[in-house]
Design a protein around this ligand. Structure first.
Ligand code: IPD
Ligand code: CA
Ligand code: CA
Length: 305
């Protein structure tokens, strides 16, 4: 490295020169020792590119239920992902939202959501992703979430940290619910049985706001990267959460059930936070479940007058 400083060289060249003389241990980039993530990222990017082709062309909406949408893009993405997994890891089991099932009882199992955010996708609202979660003996092991609209790839492996496009990500430092931005979601089937509107209302009044972006996997990625301070949802599936939960945990966050219990991979009610507001959110949920301190919903007839 030359003796001239950043002012003579410009900051960009100066930093490159500094990096070139740092020991490789200091240089070691987050995630550089990932085992599964590199190949998983290739698959997720390929599936993401395929989704973008369908997104630009606008696809026909089909219905799995009342308001439960599916498109040709969901199925094509799952076919591609399944082919790639089988080619690279022929002994692994696979569960995909659109029907992929390889269940031999082996140690490794993939949870694949080929398109998380189908309703957004089908309406041309650009918030959706590909979610690939890999479990080993029932424990989340590796995760990749790819948002092709922003070219953002979130990834993690157990014990090895979480990254966004290769750079370490960590959860936020907001310590009070009253100063936090949180997210939630509502299911597209059995909607009338979901109690979340009460939680939505209470949390809206107790925080800076509640976002409903329409992709549970990306909501979890937002907690991991500090864009949201917390997220909760009832009745999710393992393909929605397997990747996102690991990314939150590896980014330093806390994930439990809505009752505070440890989450098994197939548990459906999820609370993910930066850790700092976790207890406060659990307390709030406890109160709501008990029907205590509920702010009354305003009467629309009174508003009209
Ligand atoms: C849905 C999204 C949505 C959540 C729903 C999920 P899909 O997944 O993650 O945000 O609220 O509960 O079912 O159907 O778009 O893969
Ligand atoms: Ca999903
Ligand atoms: Ca899906």
């Amino acid at each position: 490295m030359s003796a001239v400083g950043p002012h003579e060289m410009g900051w960009g060249s100066y930093l490159s020169a500094v990096k070139s003389v740092l020991p490789s241990t200091l240089m070691s980039q987050a995630g550089s020792n990932f085992e599964f993530v590199p190949r998983m990222s290739e698959i997720a990017r390929e599936a993401g590119a395929l989704l973008m082709g369908y997104f630009r062309a606008r696809v026909k909406i089909e219905y799995k239920g009342d308001a439960d949408l599916v498109t040709e893009a969901d199925r094509a993405s799952e076919r591609l992902i399944l082919e790639r997994i089988r080619a690279h890891w022929p002994a692994h089991d696979v569960i995909g939202e659109e029907g992929a099932r390889i269940e031999t009882g082996g140690d490794y199992k993939w949870y694949v959501d080929p398109l998380d955010g189908t309703t957004n996708f089908a309406h041309g609202f650009p918030v959706f992703c590909v979610s690939l979660g890999l479990a080993f003996q029932g424990m989340r092991k590796a995760a990749v979430l790819y948002d092709p609209t922003r070219d953002e790839l979130f990834a993690a492996e157990r014990g090895k940290g979480a990254v966004l496009n290769g750079e370490t990500v960590t959860v936020s430092k907001v310590a009070k619910l009253a100063q936090s931005l949180v997210g939630t979601g509502f299911p597209s089937h059995k909607r009338h049985k979901n109690p979340n509107i009460y939680f939505y209302h209470q949390l809206t009044l107790r925080s800076h706001g509640v976002r409903r972006a329409g992709s549970a996997a990306l909501d979890l990625a937002s907690v991991a990267s500090g864009r949201l301070d917390g997220f909760w949802e009832f009745n999710l599936n393992a393909w929605d959460t397997a990747a996102g939960i690991l990314i939150v945990e590896e980014a330093g966050g806390t994930v439990t059930g809505i009752d505070g219990k440890q989450l098994e991979i197939t548990d459906r009610d999820v609370l993910a936070t930066n850790g700092l507001i976790h207890a406060e959110m659990l307390r709030e949920f406890g109160e709501i479940f008990a029907g205590r301190g509920l702010e009354p919903l305003p009467d629309p007839r009174a508003y009209r007058k």
